[in-house]
Design a protein around this ligand. Structure first.
Ligand code: HEC
Length: 141
């Protein structure tokens, strides 16, 4: 009986920890530094997010050979993720890798757009990151 309970606990904590905010904190992502979520309602990929990604991300995450095999030019592409798996978790912006990348939290190799990129693309603003967070928290539609 004890063993079953133990296995159950381990599985539950794994399920909760994997890809979630707790998992992010274990990887050194300081979630207290995340820009606040925008209070805009009805945020969608088509109207709010794609235009932003077009300016800051699609130069490298579009077409037939996107960086890290991650296409951001369609909702399907974003939801599918890249070579390291899912980049957003619908409903959990704080646990989403894409949010950590654009907020420059955690591993500096993953900061997006890459700092000092040749194209001179600037980092996203706190307001833009807040809008991405709202979109993810509202279900990434
Ligand atoms: C100048 C090119 C460039 C731009 C612009 C760029 N990226 Fe990237 N991106 C890369 C490269 C290169 C990698 C792979 C990095 C690595 O493997 O260390 C990457 C990887 C990623 C990953 C990790 C995917 C995975 O599965 O490992 C995410 C998420 C990401 N980018 C999001 C974005 C977002 C969001 C933007 C816009 C705000 C953006 N990128 C803009 C070049 C770019």
């Amino acid at each position: 009986m004890t063993r079953i309970i133990l296995i159950a606990c381990v599985s539950v904590s794994f399920a909760l920890g994997h890809g979630s905010a707790q998992a992010a904190e274990k990887k050194g992502v300081d979630l207290s530094k995340l820009p606040p979520t925008s209070d805009k309602i009805g945020v969608t990929y088509a109207t709010d997010i794609k235009p932003m990604l077009e300016k800051s991300c699609l130069r490298c995450h579009d077409g037939v050979k996107p960086k890290a095999k991650l296409r951001l030019d369609s909702l399907e592409g974003v939801l599918k993720g890249g070579e390291d798996g899912k980049v957003i978790l619908a409903g959990d912006s704080a646990g989403s890798m894409l949010v950590h990348s654009v907020a420059h939290l955690g591993n500096a190799d993953g900061y997006m757009p890459p700092p000092r990129n040749k194209a001179g693309i600037q980092p996203l603003t706190k307001e833009q990151i807040g809008l991405i967070r709202a979109w993810i928290d509202q279900g990434a539609k």
